[in-house]
Design a protein around this ligand. Structure first.
Ligand code: ADP
Length: 633
């Protein structure tokens, strides 16, 4: 049985703390997994975005660069040079227009045109389209002013004809060192709108003013990413760059940072967390400048996909941590169970050893006790055998004592027939001398009857005196009583005792040994005769019957004896304290008594499984009762 823990509360607190620690570990590893995967996801997104931006800007560069050197070549053509030598001649202007038309058709721009030093169109690839503007003054356009100053001008602007967005590149046309005109190409930006898909996310192109000139989302176009100073706004109004003013602000709250070295643009768009409300990054804004231009392309990438992956990774790492903790717990538990099992086995082995030792000791003690017991049993058997032999001797001695007492009576009994034998033998001899053979025969017949009578006197005595071993069998009680009375026949008659044998003619069977039962009866009858020696009235009553129920209580050991033989006399009766020593060995009140008769009789009856009791009768005399078990059927 396991004893309860000594400090149950402390034990429970430790348990709770361990579980909390395990939970914290699981939570931490989930959070770590989430953050590290989110960072890696965002970094991978950014690298992907950089790659796309590079591709995109290369594509845009390719589109622009293919055309931006065109104005520089215009002044080299003969038609244009002639035009500046004879600007008024219609034929020259016609040829110049056709040249520009051919060149534009070949290069694929929106238009190529030439301005004079006042900013008025002198030749154009789209003469018809620009005709309405022939006298228009383009000097307000920055590309014209740049070129007039001898530099290459380039910027985005919305065309005054057709209101189309375009990229204008201008180049000065010189006559010697003097700038006499400006060649301009308006590059079509529509193809850029076709390649937004390659960025895979909302994107925009902003020019040097921070104005969105092209966008995958039309709502963002012509909005400003930053607040424009007033002078700049005036300039833009004058140059009619966007053909509209004022320009609205970009709709998303984006903060941009430009890396001065790489010219990379970074920004983030925040939103409130859907469940917990804290601000979190919703989109990453990445951008870069397009080489050789003052444009910036910007891409708005959603981080939700990276975050979903990170969430999954966080769940996986939390599960992994939980699994590891469970594994550690499982291993620890298994170790503990092994330890307990080893401990139990050790205790069991110890208990076994101690048990074996005890069993050994006990077996040795038992073997010793058994040997002792066997010895004692053998000794007891020996003692019992000796006792039985002694008892047999005693019984025999008792018989001899009875016979001794009877000797006088027997002698007297035999004297008379013996005298008769002697007399009739003398007579027979006398008649033989006289040759009176008939009388001889009569006398011999009388002698034969007398010897027969003597034989009947001696025969019961011989059978009584014979030494026999006790053997239990069916015994006729009436017959035993007859035999016992027969031995005292002469003595009873001589003393004038009236014998009342109530058992004659009755069949009562007992389970005992006949010679020994006779010996008991002879003892009791002998004592009765002795007790009645001086009595005026001498009566001996012998009776036997099945013991009534009331007698059962009288049995000393509580057994139900079924046959009772009573020997009653009218003698002196029993002394008052007879019960205490009547059956003691050597107790006698007679001068020549041995005091063994009743002791031997009691032992014989007890050997049969019965009992011997003595009663002082109400009238004169005593009664001795023999209780015997009935013969088995
Ligand atoms: P013993 O006959 O040699 O004395 P018993 O053992 O036979 O030895 O008897 C013991 C004594 O019991 C007798 O001496 C006698 O006093 C008493 N006793 C036995 N039978 C009777 C009887 N029927 N009446 C009176 N006393 C008896």
């Amino acid at each position: 049985m396991t004893s309860p823990p000594r400090f149950p509360f402390r034990h429970a607190a430790w348990k709770v703390a361990a579980w909390l620690l395990a939970l914290a570990l699981v939570g931490c590893s989930g959070a770590l997994g989430y953050h590290s995967f989110e960072r890696r996801g965002v970094a991978s997104l950014q690298s992907d975005v950089r790659h796309r931006l590079e591709l995109f800007s290369s594509a845009v560069e390719g589109m622009i660069q293919r055309l931006e050197d065109v104005p520089a070549t215009v002044q080299l053509s003969e038609e244009i040079q002639r035009l500046f030598h004879a600007p008024r001649r219609a034929a020259v202007r016609e040829r110049a227009d056709r040249y520009l038309e051919r060149l534009n058709a070949f290069m694929g721009g929106i238009a190529i045109y030439v301005l004079d030093e006042r900013g008025v169109i002198v030749a154009s690839s789209a003469r018809n389209g620009l005709r309405t503007l022939t006298e228009e003054d383009f000097s307000f356009r920055p590309y014209f002013q740049e070129a007039l100053s001898g530099r290459v001008g380039r910027h985005f602007a919305i065309s005054l004809v057709g209101n189309r967005p375009g990229y204008f590149v201008s180049h000065p046309i010189r006559d010697g060192a003097r700038v006499v005109g400006v060649a301009v190409i308006m590059i079509n930006l529509d193809p850029i709108n076709q390649i937004w898909d390659m960025l895979g996310a909302p994107a925009l192109l902003a020019d040097t003013n921070g104005v969105v000139i092209l966008s995958s989302d039309p709502a963002w176009t012509y909005t400003t990413l930053q607040e424009l100073p007033i002078e700049r706004r005036v300039d833009l109004q004058l140059s009619r760059m966007y053909n509209r003013m004022p320009l609205p602000r970009f709709p998303l709250p984006v903060e941009l940072q430009v890396n001065p070295e790489t010219l990379a643009i970074h920004g983030i768009l925040q939103r409130a967390n859907r469940y917990l409300g804290f601000p979190e990054v919703a989109q990453i804004v990445s951008g870069r400048s397009i080489n050789g231009m003052d444009w910036r392309v910007m891409l708005f990438t959603d981080v939700d996909s990276a975050r979903r992956d990170a969430l999954l990774a966080g769940a996986v790492s939390a599960t992994g941590a939980a699994f590891l903790i469970l594994l550690v717990l499982f291993l620890a538990q298994r170790r503990r169970i092994h330890r307990h099992r080893r401990e139990s086995e050790r205790l069991l082995e110890q208990a076994n050893l101690s048990l074996e030792h005890k069993v050994g000791e006990r077996t040795a003690a038992l073997t010793l006790a058994n040997a002792q017991l066997v010895r004692e049993v053998a000794e007891r058997k020996q003692t019992e055998a000796t006792l039985r032999a002694t008892q047999g001797e005693l019984v025999h001695a008792g018989k001899m004592a009875v016979l001794g007492r009877m000797a006088a009576g027997i002698t007297h009994e035999l004297t008379q027939p013996l005298g008769g034998v002697r007399t009739f033998a003398g007579n027979a001899m006398e008649f033989a001398k006289r040759q009176d053979l008939e009388s001889v025969q009569q006398n011999l017949e009388i002698i034969a009857r007398l010897t027969e009578r003597m034989g009947t006197i001696i025969h019961p005595l011989r059978s009584f005196a014979r030494r026999t071993d006790p053997a239990l069998s069916f015994v006729d009680v009436g017959q035993c009583i007859e035999h016992a009375l027969f031995l005292y026949q002469t003595q009873l008659a001589h003393l004038g005792v009236v014998v009342d044998n109530r058992t004659s003619g009755e069949q009562l069977a007992a389970w005992c040994d006949a010679p020994r039962l006779e010996q008991v009866l002879v003892n009791l009858i002998g004592n009765a005769i002795d007790a009645m020696a001086e009595a005026p009235q001498k009566q001996l009553v012998l009776s036997a019957e099945r013991a009534p129920a009331a007698e059962e209580a009288l049995a000393a050991d509580g057994r139900a004896y079924e046959l009772r033989i009573d020997v009653q006399d009218t003698g002196c009766g029993l002394p008052p304290d007879f019960a205490s020593h009547l059956f003691e060995p050597f107790y006698t009140t007679k001068q020549k008594g041995l005091g063994l008769g009743l002791t031997i009789s009691r032992d014989i009856v007890q050997d049969f499984g019965g009992a011997l009791r003595a009663w002082d009768r109400d009238g004169p005399g005593a009664c001795f009762s023999i209780y015997l078990p009935c013969a088995p059927t």
